[in-house]
Design a protein around this ligand. Sequence first.
Ligand code: GLU
Length: 251
Amino acid sequence: MRIVIKVGTQVIAGENGLSQKKIAGLMKDISYLVKRGVEIVLVSSGAIGAGLPNIPFSNPHRKKIAAAIGQPLLMHDYIREAKKHKVQIGQILIISDDFTNKERFSNFVSNIKAMLAHKILPIINENDVMKTEDLTIGDNDGLSAKVAVGLKADKLLILTNQNGLHTKNPDQDKNAKLIKKVSEINSKIENSCSSGKSLLGMGGMHSKIQAAKYATSGGVETLIGNGKEKGIIMKALGKNFPGTRFIAKKK
Ligand code: GLU
């Protein structure tokens, strides 16, 4: 079983920067599975969120500086927690060019596979400092979908602060109902979600649906679930996933 897990900033953020407790819980579950032979690749946001509280000044490069400060803080927390479970992690920072260049992409894939073969947990984030386009263009939802397809993963699990895709925006409409299964991502599905973004993350539900569309077209089942729900990663491996399941098109 090979699974790509995407963690949004909201899933690991506390009131001011990262939440040690949330990262500890996440790494506990992931480590448990890694040690039992599940191949996990983690795509984690959170660099900007971790860095921003350390920047008391205003500057047009503020987000980039935050990413530069926050990325090592993020990895520091992941390393500390993984160590407790005797799991080794490796960091991979990429920019979009790495995916459009065939040679670099196949290099990326083979290096990740080599890490997985040795039960090392790869943690991927976009190299925000090196990105040339505006920071809001790229997002880790799309990135995780590309990684999942490139690695021919069995599943892509996108963890967010919602229980999944709803018929309406659940923050605005209490009649919104969770959609448990999506076989086809049509315009009705695409229109059911807002493009609203969280304060620190880049994505929003719209970008998650686009990611699901890309991944399922590439043969990867995609799951969107609540990162706060206990045991959500274990549940994603089983049949009764509490969030939204997007059925993969045949490989
Ligand atoms: N790379 C950004 C970060 O680590 C987040 C991008 C996203 O949320 O899509 O803060």
